[in-house]
Design a protein around this ligand. Sequence first.
Ligand code: ZN
Length: 390
Amino acid sequence: MIKVIKNIKVYSPKYLGVKDVVIVGNKFEGIYDSINIPTDFINVNVYDGTGKIMLPGFIDSHVHILGGGGEKGFSTRTPEMRLIDLSIAGITTVVGCLGTDNICRSMSALIAKARALEIEGLNTYCYTGSYEIPVKSLTESIKEDIMMIDKIIGLGEIALSDHRSSQPTYEEFLRAISQARVGGLLSGKSGIVNVHLGGGKQGLEYLFKIIEETEIPSTQLLPTHINRNSTLFKEGLEYVKKGGYIDLTTSSDPKHLEPGEISAGKGLKIYLDEGLPIEHITFTSDGNGSMPKFDGSGREVGIGICKVDTLYKEVKRAILEENVAIEDAIKVITSNVANILCLHNKGRIEKSMDADFVTVDENTLDIVDVFTKESFLVKDGEIKVHGVYS
Ligand code: ZN
């Protein structure tokens, strides 16, 4: 089936101008100034893109698709994610992870969930492991999981500097990273290690040590939750200056921020004002993780749930409120993530790439359409594809 979106402003993420975009099957066939379709040509679906902006489909590389949390007892375990939670948020590719709990939640259940979301209409991947080292892999090892299981592209989220971490020694952590690296190399995947940073004193110490003292390249590691407090955020900026990559978490409750927490949109603005390279920063939502709430004096007052729709909300906020250029802001949830995760056909509107895209209103930047795998999951703001149970 051929589809043509006419007269639409295209950010590839680079701004390409007002274009006609041609999609054949699940690929972008080409981006043209203007094309005329002969009246006696084969069936083509033509859509008017006037007043809209086309962006690459969003990639959220840290989501508790199986649910997470449970840190205040069994009743606080968060629910599984539905297809429509992700699609309505513009997310066309998601990477699932476990979290603190690797007893009541398992790798086999995570992979089953990723497969279910894939069948329902999304592009899905997982990390092997949970917070803990030694890692409870599905097969004999981290390396074997990454090499032999298509869905598994890396390791994580391994927790450091957190009271819930398994408190690995530097050597234990380094050995796990090396397994992920070799598994990635041998299978043509990134083998990326997603590292959860808590609010502890240790901060990014192990990660600095790895990029300063070992041969492992900085592209192997993506530390997340770097905006959880100003000390960690400052350390994160120093880490980027040494060649590292950082990820900011978009889920936060503006009324119940953690003490010192910096919103991802604001964090991106500060990052760019420091003159740091846009390619070294990403956003993830931490969707369906549990989120403690704090009152004005920093006292914990309850528990909430992280939402995937914050991923694009924070990008939009960076554009509208922090005056970050669209083509920079959009990279943190599209091309940057695809590059770091080695998802070579994702994250760009370009000939021969997978046709995953989101259209937004050019004035409000609100999401209008979401498209992947030859289908509109969302069309004119209306959900078109529902999951089996929703
Ligand atoms: Zn985490």
